[in-house]
Design a protein around this ligand. Structure first.
Ligand SMILES: [Zn+2]
Length: 437
């Protein structure tokens, strides 16, 4: 895993060279902007990820001099972005002050729009979650209804918790389809009629005019949540794999999301696994998604059950009113059902095959597995691990960790809050510092 020092270098590089999305320029004109320099951003990111810091920590974890750190801290204190905490610790016989983000500076919201749900969270400026809410929703109902619902729920959550809408400075939104990040719109999303190029940012800003709105693909958002608040903290090169109804990957490259040239990097669900396999909704045969996505797992299990091979699965099927869910396969496996165990093991192999190729190609430090099939448990994880280890080069797997997501069902909202926080501070123009180091 990268040291904090390495993480920080990556951050600097990204922020200064990142292609600024069009909406970010507009964001500068929004109310309540907090302008910062590159090195201030670097300190903020460090505090965001690792919590409180003393001046000595910041000197130790960066390449900046004490003088430089002192001036950055003073500037951030003046801007009320950092606050000084009560002195509680002794360091080398002296009491040392610690600094953390000023939670009261404003509010950020995370919105995770799923195929069948809306998940929302409101956090303070330190990223601490204040309110959380979820409800079922159908993304096929279209953007007007879904975004309207999400915004009115946010308004209600603010009101019920005595939080001011004017303090809402950032809203991160994850959506289940390919996103053109430069303008924040979906592009031909397969499961979302009406959403193609719909102006999500402008719609949400009509409700929250002071908020900088950022939209990204849900898997990218989850990956972001994982490196900021989950298993991937401090990891520079990571792949987050979401396995649910569909399968997709969020790629973290040198500490940042890698989106590719048109924003659809990581669409691993349609990598071919078996050319004579089942037909996929994309029109091809034997895609990973068609073999190892949640519905595919349930269907293979159901076929075996209907062929009389598994009374346990058949019992779940009858109990549900002639439906078999992916979770039932996990439950049956836990009861020791041989068919369910085999179906899960086989799915792990399909996923592992694809991940092994990604590991050979990309050499990540960590693969995080998240999404609905997480509840298939360690059986799935160990099958994936085994296949990746068998099929990747030993150098690539020497330090590779394959783990379940730590943010779990909150991955989407946690990630969306972090997406908003990534863009909540505006880098002042030519933000190289005058004291330059
Ligand atoms: Zn496909």
């Amino acid at each position: 895993m990268g040291t904090i020092r390495e993480v920080m270098h990556k951050k600097i590089r990204t922020i200064s060279l990142l292609d600024m999305p069009a909406w970010l320029y507009q964001a500068e004109s929004l109310p309540n902007r907090n302008f910062i320099t590159n090195s201030e951003k670097e300190l903020i990111d460090l505090v965001r990820k690792y919590g409180e810091f003393s001046k000595a920590d910041l000197v130790a974890f960066t390449d900046y001099s004490r003088t430089k750190i002192t001036s950055c801290i003073q500037s951030l204190l003046n801007k009320k972005i950092l606050i000084t905490n009560n002195i509680t610790e002794y360091s080398g016989g002296r009491r040392s002050k610690t600094f953390s983000l000023n939670g009261n500076l404003g509010l950020v919201a995370g919105v995770d729009i799923g195929a069948t749900s809306i998940d929302l969270a409101i956090a303070d400026f330190s990223g601490k979650s204040l309110v959380r809410f979820s409800e079922p929703a159908t993304v096929k109902d279209g953007p007007i209804k879904i975004l309207g619902r999400a915004c009115s729920l946010l308004e209600k959550m603010l009101k019920e918790n005595d939080l001011s809408p004017e303090k809402m400075n950032g809203i991160g939104i994850g959506v289940p389809g390919p996103v053109d990040f430069s303008v924040g719109t979906l592009v031909s999303p397969p499961i979302m009629p009406g959403w193609d190029r719909y102006p999500i940012i402008q719609t949400v800003q009509q409700w929250f005019p002071s908020a900088n709105v950022v939209v990204d693909n849900d898997v990218n958002v989850m990956a972001l949540g994982e490196i900021n608040q989950g298993a991937g903290k401090g990891v520079d090169n990571l792949i987050f794999v979401k396995i649910g109804t569909g399968i997709g990957a969020g790629i973290i490259c040198e500490g940042n999301i890698y989106r590719g040239s048109s924003g659809c990097a990581g669409d691993i669900g349609h990598i071919s696994v078996d050319k004579s396999g089942p037909l996929c909704h994309c029109g091809n045969r034997g895609c990973l998604e068609a073999l190892a996505g949640g519905p595919a797992i349930a269907e293979r299990a159901l076929m075996a059950a209907q062929a009389g091979k598994s009374p346990i699965l058949m019992r779940y099927y009858e109990m549900n009113g002639q439906v078999l869910h992916t979770e039932d396969v996990g439950d049956a496996a836990r009861e020791g059902d041989a068919v369910a165990i085999e179906v899960i093991r086989e799915s792990g192999q399909y996923i592992g095959d694809v991940l092994a190729s990604l590991v050979n190609f990309y050499n990540p430090e960590m693969i995080v597995i998240g999404g609905g099939v997480r509840n298939l448990g360690n059986l799935l994880l160990s099958s994936i691990r085994q296949t990746v280890l068998n099929r990747s080069t030993s150098l690539a797997t020497r330090d590779l960790h394959i783990v379940f997501s730590e943010t779990g069902p909150d991955a989407g909202v946690v990630g969306a809050v972090n997406l908003a926080m990534d863009y909540i501070f505006t880098l002042s123009e030519g933000s190289a510092d005058p004291t330059g180091e």
